[in-house]
Design a protein around this ligand. Sequence first.
Ligand code: G6P
Length: 764
Amino acid sequence: MRLLSARLIVSLILGITLVSSGFSYYEVVSEKRALRSDLERRAEMLGESLVGNVERSWNTGSDKELRRLVLRFGNREHLLGVAIYDRQGALVAVTPELAKTLSVSPPTVTQAITQSHEESSFVRLGTVPVHILALPIRRQDEVLGGLAVVHDASYIRAQSLLTWRQTFFRVLAQVFLIVLITLLIVRWSITGPIARAALWMHALRTGKISFRQELPDHLDMFRPLAREVVTMAESLSNARNAAENEARLREAGESMWTADRLSVQLRTRLGDSHLFVVSNREPYMHQRNGKALDVVVPPSGLVTALEPVLDACDGTWIAHGSGNGDAEVVDAHDRLRVPPEDPRYTLRRVWLTKEEEEGYYYGFANEGLWPLCHIAHTRPLFRAADWQYYQDVNRKFTAAVLEEIENVAKPVVLVQDYHFALLPRLLKEKRPDARVAIFWHIPWPNPEAFGICPWQRQLVDGLLGADLIGFHIQSHCNNFLQTVDRVVESRVDWEHFSVLRQDHRTMVRPFPISVAFTEDDAAENNNDGLNSVDRSTLMRSQGVEATFMGIGVDRVDYTKGILERFLAIERFLEKYPSYQGKFTFVQIGAPSRTHIKRYHDLLAEVEAEAERINWRFQGGKWKPIVFLKRQHSHQEIEPYYRAADLCLVTSLHDGMNLVAKEFLVTRRDEQGVLILSQFTGAARELRDALLVNPYDIDQTAEAIRAALEMEPEDKQLRVHRMRKVIKERNIYRWAGNLVTELCEVRLDAPEDVQEKSRTNVTVA
Ligand code: G6P
């Protein structure tokens, strides 16, 4: 910094001196020029008035008169004197002071006589700089001689020297002042803020403050830099944590999964190959709002789960480009790198027409398969036209995947969810060398329930094109195998949980999906103090005052049991009136699939129900339910999770439910109670939650009371145990196991072909 200041000062001094000297030089030269022309002008005036008199006296032949004239002009300002010469240059009359120096006519006078016109020049007489104006003396047209008017010009030089001296002192003062002011400005607005920003970065790097802590406002000029630094510090901290983890794991001989372990695992397993993920929902949508192009992360458990996997292996995610600004940011191959602020993998967007979206997504997938697989008493709707679109779109996505894997040998493709039941077979037909798994994120019902789908055979057949089919839990696998048994010709191997159909073996396995919870999150456990989110501040921000708080976070979907939850809250307040005025439940509800009437109506029903219950109980600054009807980012939701006394997950049926896991990951303080529907996949793993049947309103009401009155030690024990489960069974383990299992599948196993030729029969 000192070296920088010295350089800055030297540069300033040189710069200012150079510029000021340039200006001063110009000033002095102009002044000199002005003084000279002033002198010339004065000499001319004098010369012209004098030459007339001289001509008159010359004509009368009076030398005496000429000398008198010469003497009369001897005492003007700066005038040294005058001299008169005859035509041959001989001196006729001269001011006494010049008698010696001008005894011979100077060249200027000689020139004026010979050329018969006025001449002027600056010369030296001895050591004195002078100006000589020479005028011809005429009689009519005849030149008789010459007149010299001589001025002392030394004052011009003196004046220039004076100006130079003044300039020197002015430059000196300017340099001093400018350097001083610049240094003060640099100190106040650059060095000082840099030092403070450096302190902030140091605190960030050393973990004294969290990555979420924003740069103070007065350091706003560094915000773009700060963003980069935060990302860098985060990467560094992740790398450091990963290294520490690795060391800890090696020491403990544990098999904990981390992002780094997953990327190593994927690299080893994939070799030269590459990972491709296919899903309907994309991880980032670009939304055009006027001039702004916003990036939105859709509310989707699938997105939450898969993002860390793609992050870990730089794969390609192929998904429907559903944002209205999506097409603006892709390259010629419809690809872009994401996450937008720190690109780590490729997103390939597939475009659908309105009709395709309507028929395939809203129609067949969400009005047909969704209610079919979730036993939540909403009747599935199966329309032949929707089925046609479903097939078309599955073909369209297959074509996109084929394009992406074109030059990749033995690619590994993870297909996601009920939107693409037909894709595994379509893909394997074209690329038998690809290893294809499909993960079904929603439940698989029993064969009777599934049997109402008119196209169940085609769906099951499409799925069996995959090498591996994953469900969240074993009972979904069982339901699926039973369905296979009933609807297609195949051989189900109950011992190894696989299906052999038309020479092809498909493994069926449970892989409970999870969230990105690693040792790092656990390490922050005891020291960050961030858990003590001020509940009343949060409540006040919603205009409510309450002592206890519950939280629910869902897409507004009829499978989530939001209405049942509200009824349980109402019942709880009825049964335990002492909690009226004290307990508020915050429901964060992201509107979802509202283009479908059932969802549209549900949103209105949820709102109306919250209003009804509020109207019944509310008083003063308290109300029982705060319904926040919009999508919230993970960052926005976190404070609510942390401040809540309890989290309610009351799905009527749910493949897994990641809200339950996210809530627990957030509770580093090991407090808070999870009330969890027994009909979620999560309930199989999180046995320390208060498990409820959401249809049993009284039971859920009792669970709310039990949660609010639970001893802190009990809460801690439960949360601690459940966090341990999630930590061990995190998303990296999910992906690691899925890919490992898929890579272990033998493609085109010869024994399967033989087996098939012996026993190609249906086990009914
Ligand atoms: C469930 C499905 C996902 C889906 C998500 C959100 O989690 O299994 O495939 O992405 O809901 O629904 P949406 O229809 O908005 O994608």
